[in-house]
Design a protein around this ligand. Structure first.
Ligand code: NAI
Length: 283
């Protein structure tokens, strides 16, 4: 089955990036968000990123306008009725995702594949909210989507080989590298990354070093391109907390307990770059 038209649900930092790379690769894309302001912000962000790419001569003005012409805002899930693939990128919360998938299953055409960009939640459980579990799959893009080359493709227990093959091909069309991963908490990337970020937060919490020094140690000492606290701010502290909770629940091991400081920041609404404040301050 050839994928031509894609809907991306959630126009946040991930959804907007996914919509952009799909449109740049030539797919027609509906960008959906339940919140009008977020939808508008997502569309403007794409425009801004493409404008910067033109200024830096990474793409032509023509390519920018072609990409924008392939993107259509949508405020109704029902619009999925014309799509071959839906990629969900709403908040990292199982109840919300299951609700979205249940509704999508009612409106998307029978042949359509339903993918989730979840960072850590079980694809098998999301798929169980639909009557097409064989056509549900994880498509885990990395942040920032236009820059990062990896897509973890997660096979739920019932994901068919046909679905896997179609998504692997699609990923290659997006000029990304697919990696096949089984459905276990945190998959590969976040099972390894998130405990490291959580440990960096514990290190700050216990006063071992300042936030800048913790980041400097990991940048200069282990050659990471950015420190773990800066990275946490980029990912979103709410997302980091959700993922630690998924690892903690999924493995039942206390080594995955989220740091209390992370919980406090999320309670305060300090969610990182997207809210203007996390471990650092942003404009
Ligand atoms: P975000 O908070 O920036 O965006 C989420 C968007 O979804 C918001 O615009 C919100 O209005 C919208 N939304 C929420 N419920 C909705 C619904 N029922 N229908 C339509 N739209 C809805 O979140 P972000 O960071 O883009 O994360 C989205 C997903 O991507 C999460 O599952 C997250 O775990 C995953 N992810 C995040 C990464 C990151 O670095 N932030 C990296 C890889 C995956």
């Amino acid at each position: 089955m050839a994928i031509q038209k894609v809907m991306v649900i959630g126009a946040g930092q991930m959804g907007a990036g996914i919509a952009q790379v799909c449109a740049q690769a030539g797919f027609d894309v509906l960008v959906n968000d339940r919140n009008e302001d977020d939808l508008d912000k997502g569309m403007k962000n794409i425009d801004k990123i493409l404008t910067r790419a033109v200024e830096k001569e990474r793409i032509t003005a023509q390519s920018k306008s072609d990409t924008l012409n392939r993107l259509t805002p949508s405020s109704q899930l029902k619009d999925a009725e014309s799509c071959d693939l839906v990629i969900e990128a709403v908040v990292e919360n199982m109840d919300v995702k299951r609700k979205v998938f249940g509704e999508l299953d009612e409106v998307a055409p029978k042949h359509a594949i339903l993918a989730s960009n979840t960072s850590s939640l079980p694809i098998t459980e999301i798929a169980a909210a639909t009557k097409r579990a064989d056509q549900v799959i994880g498509m885990h893009f990395m942040n920032p989507v236009p820059v990062m080359k990896l897509v973890e493709i997660i096979r739920g227990l019932q994901t068919s080989d046909e679905t896997y093959g179609a998504i692997e091909t699609m990923t290659t069309h997006l000029s990304k590298t697919p990696v096949e991963v089984e459905d276990f908490p945190g998959f590969v990337s976040n099972r390894i990354l998130m405990p490291m970020i959580n440990e960096a937060i514990f290190t700050l919490h216990e006063g071992v070093a300042s936030r800048e020094d913790i980041d400097t140690v990991m940048k200069l000492g282990t050659n990471h391109p950015m420190g773990p606290l800066t990275l946490a701010d980029f990912i979103g502290l709410d997302t980091c907390l959700y993922i630690m909770e998924v690892l903690h629940d999924g493995f039942g091991d206390s080594k995955y307990r989220p740091c209390p400081l992370l919980r406090n920041y999320v309670k305060a609404g300090w969610l990182g770059k997207k809210s203007g404040r996390g471990f650092y301050l942003y404009d």
